[in-house]
Design a protein around this ligand. Sequence first.
Ligand code: ATP
Ligand code: MG
Length: 388
Amino acid sequence: MKEKVLLLKFGELFLKGKNRHDFISLLKKNILKKLKGIGCHLSETQGRLVLSDYNLGQEDEIIEKLKQVFGLIGVADAVATDAQLSDIEAEVLNCDFSGVKTFKIESKRADKTFPMTSMELDKHLGEIVLEKYPNLKVDLYTPNMIIYVEVRTNGKAYIYNRLHVCAGGLPLGSAGKGLLLLSSGIDSPVAGYMIAKRGLELEAVHFHSYPYTSVQAKEKVIELAKEISAYCGKIRLHIVSFTEIQEQIHKNCDSEYMITIMRRIMMRIAQKLAEKNGLGAIITGESLGQVASQTMQSMNVTNAVVNIPVFRPVLAFDKEDIMALARKIGTYETSILPYEDCCTVFLPKNPVIRPTLKRAEFLEGNLNIDALVQQAVDTEEILEIDTY
Ligand code: ATP
Ligand code: MG
């Protein structure tokens, strides 16, 4: 009996014991969530997941969705047969060799009771292909086509020659949950994507300064959250007003410290939201040296107000690298829409490049920080974003 399936691969090297079981069940849960509404069956055989019983007309759509599931490294467009040599032979010969000049067979035998070793199988299948197609040649190094044959422990063999590369990483939820500071720029959506790829689920906070910033600026951030949610899963987006805070800083503090103090207050609010919602880390899109507020000294002064880890996934990335990733994950076009972010309101001409903690704390003495922070948290608006 043969059947069209998708064979799903995940990285396994680091998977041991209980870890492995948790990893795979999370991955399965996430895959089924991603494919909700699509009829299919997901099963597990040692080292692989198998998706079957779906409508073939939906295969491309399914593959595109699976490419957004963290933890999968590849999806093979496969045919499953019984693990009998005659069935495997028939399926290998059934491959479409049109336009192919050179090929190789790459077999894997997870089922050690199968009577041939992987190398024997490679050789045997190569020979029968050459018998049927005498014009073809075997090329072990740069073949036009590789035919993969996997004999698994569930009594099935999987034959395929098309492998779609997936996002990789670890299943969402395997690393806990964090709070992304999501601006409307290029960097923070990418930072969110990168950290979610390591298994961290996200909530996000956006600070807006309406009416200094427009309604479109807020819509833009919602759009960005939707775009990354396709990878990062459901995101609860906290929208926090920063208007009063910015006015107060503008009125009461040195302009060159404006951004430093703004960022320290953002961090304090983020920490409050993290505590309130059980989030274990704060994530930002800062990149070392990119602007005055992202020098080492600036980041130290900003960090001094929080006591949970702050992750900066793009810290060591050049802008070009961040932009390339933004294009790849589909956030770039939205990020470059021209609406102002709150950081550009009252922007000082000469922001301090090497702020000191002492000076920042001194200037903050002119503000009622606790009340400002509390008010911002109390008046937040919450949106549930889910395009996963
Ligand atoms: P981005 O491209 O992510 O906006 P940026 O290069 O413009 O980053 P900054 O504006 O200095 O840098 O912001 C640094 C980080 O601070 C952002 O990556 C983001 O994590 C956070 N941040 C900045 N502005 C906001 C905002 N309005 N709401 C939420 N987080 C913000
Ligand atoms: Mg920005």
